[in-house]
Design a protein around this ligand. Structure first.
Ligand code: MV4
Length: 498
C-alpha cells in the first residue's frame, strides 16, 4: 500500500476541480497543469501548485505526455489522475506514468489497450459468457465470406472499425448491393483515422437504448458494479442527458446486466473505475458494445444514487486498498438526472457559441449539484470542449428529479452566449422523455429548433405587432404602448444578444 501525498491532475475544467476537491478532502496536495489559454482558469487557482505545460492547442499541452511527466517530476507529485478525454485512455500514457515510478489513478495499461481494440475486447468478453450482438469476432477481409455472413445475420448490418469506438468509423449497410462499397469506405476511413484498417460486422440494432454500467475493481481481484446509467439522449454520439436508475430495467434485468458488466471487467483483469456500455433492444435483449476505461463525465449520477465519492474510491484503490464494500452492500437510493450545459446554439445546429459569461448565476437548493469550471466574467476558451457545466438533480423519484431539473434550469442564468439549457428543458418537458419510453433516436425524432421558441403567447403576439409598427424606443427593450403604459420586453433572444 502506497499513500499518495501529492496528486497531479492531467486535465482542465470541471473534472480537474472535481478530482482536486476529493484529493484535498483526503489530505492530498494537488498540482494543476495548464495551457497558456487556461492561465486564469479555476483549476489553476484551486490547486496548491500549478505548472504551465504549453500553448493553447491541446496537442501542444494537455496531450503531451513528456510535459506532464516533467511537471510531475518538478512538483514532486507521486500520482497522476488523467480525468476524462485527453490522455485518459491512452495506454502509452498509463505505462509512462508507472515507468516513471508514479501511480496512475486508473486501470492498467494492459486493460486500456485491450478495451481500445473493440475486436480484442469482444473476443475476451465472449469467453466470460457476456452477450454480444450477432456478428463477427474476427476482422473481416474476404468480401465474399463477409457478404455471406451478413446475409446470415440479416440486413441491416453495421460495419465497425476495431480501433474506433464512441461511434467513430461506423457504417450502416441496408442492402447487400451496398456492402462492398461501404466496406471499402469503412476500411479506408479506419486506416486513415486510426492507422488500423481492421473492421468487423454486427447486426444493426435499429433503435437501441444506451445503458451503461459503472464498475469498480480493486487490485486484489474484487469487482462490483454500481448500477446503470441511462444515456440514450445523445446527439452525434455526444450525451446530453443521463440518468440513474434506468426506467426500463427490472430488478432481474439489472442483476443480469450487472453480472455481465462485472464479467467484462474480469475478462480484462480490470481495476479502478470503468464503464461497460450495452445497447438494449425493444425486447430488452442486451448486448455488450465497448468498455470505457476512465472516469466518465456522467459519473455524478452514480454518486448521487449510491452516496459514494467515486474519485475518493479511485484514489483508495490506486493506493492498493481493497474495496470497502461488497455487491450486496450496495443499494440504489432515489433518482438522479444530469444535463450537460454546452456553449452551443441549439437553434443553429448546435454550433459552438464561444464567448464570455456575461451573467453566470447557478441555481441553488436541495438536491441540486452543479459541476463547472467557470465564474461570471470568464471566457469559454475556443480550444477545448465547449461544456460549461453539468447539472445533476436528485430526488426520491424520477418525476421529482425531473421537476427539480426544470425549476433549476429556470433559475440558471447565463447570458453572453447561447447554451443548451433551453434544449435540456425541452427534453425534460417532452412526453416521450417523461414516459421513459425513448431510445437513441430521441433528438432526431422529436426535436426541431422551433420547439425552443414555442407558440407565441398573446402578449408576445401583441409585442410583435407593436414592434412592426416601429414603436420601439431607443433602449430597445421598452415599448411605449400608450403614454402611461410601458411593456418591458423579456425574451431569451434579447437577453442574450443585447
Ligand atoms: C451499435 C448500434 C446498433 N447496432 N451497434 C454508437 C457508439 C458506439 N459505442 C456504438 N454505437 C452503436 N453501436 C449495433 N450493432 C448503434 C450504435 C449507436 C448508438 C449507441 C449508443 C448510443 C447512441 C448511439 C447512436 C447511434 C448509434
Amino acid at each position: 500500500m502506497t499513500k499518495i501525498r501529492k496528486l497531479l491532475v492531467a486535465n482542465r475544467g470541471e473534472i480537474a476541480l472535481r478530482v482536486m476537491r476529493s484529493a484535498k478532502e483526503m489530505g492530498i496536495k494537488t498540482v494543476a497543469v495548464y495551457s497558456e489559454a487556461d492561465r486564469h482558469a479555476l483549476h489553476v487557482r484551486f490547486a496548491d501548485e500549478a505548472i504551465c505545460i504549453g500553448p493553447p492547442p491541446s496537442s501542444e499541452s494537455y496531450l503531451r505526455i513528456e510535459k506532464i511527466l516533467a511537471a510531475a517530476k518538478e512538483s514532486g507529485a507521486d500520482a497522476i489522475h488523467p480525468g476524462y478525454g485527453f490522455l485518459s485512455e491512452n495506454e502509452d500514457f498509463a505505462k509512462a506514468v508507472s515507468d516513471a515510478g508514479l501511480i496512475f489513478i486508473g486501470p492498467s495499461a494492459a486493460s486500456i489497450e485491450l478495451m481500445g481494440s473493440k475486436l480484442a475486447a469482444k473476443t475476451a468478453v465472449a469467453k466470460f459468457g457476456v452477450p454480444l450482438v450477432p456478428g463477427t469476432s474476427e476482422p473481416i477481409s474476404d468480401i465474399s465470406a463477409a457478404k455471406k455472413l451478413a446475409a446470415e445475420i440479416g440486413y441491416p448490418v453495421l460495419i465497425k472499425a476495431s480501433a474506433g469506438g464512441g461511434g467513430k468509423g461506423m457504417r450502416i449497410v441496408e442492402h447487400e448491393k451496398e456492402f462492398e462499397e461501404q466496406m471499402d469506405r469503412a476500411v479506408s476511413e479506419a486506416t486513415s483515422a486510426f492507422g488500423d484498417g481492421s473492421v468487423f460486422i454486427e447486426k444493426y440494432v435499429t433503435q437501441p437504448r444506451h445503458i451503461e454500467f459503472q464498475i469498480f475493481g480493486d487490485q486484489h481481484g474484487n469487482v462490483v458494479h454500481l448500477f446503470e446509467r441511462e444515456c440514450s439522449i445523445q446527439r452525434r454520439h455526444q450525451k446530453v442527458v443521463e440518468e440513474a436508475p434506468s426506467s426500463v430495467l427490472t430488478a432481474k434485468l439489472r442483476k443480469e446486466m450487472g453480472e455481465a458488466a462485472v464479467n467484462v471487467a474480469r475478462a480484462a483483469n480490470y481495476y479502478n473505475a470503468g464503464t461497460v456500455e450495452f445497447i438494449v433492444d425493444d425486447k430488452l435483449n442486451f448486448y455488450f458494445l465497448e468498455m470505457n476505461t476512465r472516469l466518465q463525465v456522467e459519473h455524478p449520477v452514480t454518486e448521487q444514487i449510491t452516496g459514494l465519492d467515486l474519485v475518493h474510491l479511485q484514489i483508495k484503490v490506486a493506493e492498493g486498498e481493497k474495496l470497502p464494500f461488497k455487491q450486496e452492500d450496495l443499494k440504489i437510493r432515489g433518482h438522479a438526472v444530469e444535463v450537460r450545459v454546452y456553449a452551443e446554439d441549439p437553434a443553429n445546429n448546435f454550433l459552438p457559441d464561444i464567448g464570455t459569461l456575461k451573467t453566470y448565476k447557478r441555481p441553488q437548493g436541495h438536491g441540486i449539484r452543479v459541476d463547472d469550471g467557470f465564474e461570471q466574467g470568464m471566457a469559454i476558451p475556443f480550444y477545448y470542449d465547449p461544456m460549461i457545466a453539468k447539472m445533476i438533480c436528485t430526488a426520491e423519484t424520477r418525476e421529482a428529479a425531473i421537476e427539480k431539473m426544470i425549476r433549476a434550469i429556470n433559475e440558471y442564468e447565463i447570458t453572453g452566449l447561447e447554451t443548451t439549457l433551453g434544449f435540456c428543458k425541452f427534453v425534460m418537458q417532452h412526453d416521450a422523455f417523461r414516459s421513459g419510453n425513448f431510445d437513441t433516436k430521441f433528438i432526431e425524432k422529436y426535436f426541431k429548433p422551433s420547439d425552443l421558441y414555442g407558440k407565441p403567447t398573446r402578449e408576445e403576439e401583441m409585442i410583435a405587432a407593436v414592434l412592426a409598427s416601429e414603436l420601439l424606443d431607443s433602449s430597445g427593450s421598452r415599448i411605449n404602448l400608450t403614454n402611461d403604459k410601458v411593456l418591458t420586453v423579456e425574451s431569451k433572444w434579447r437577453k442574450n444578444r443585447l
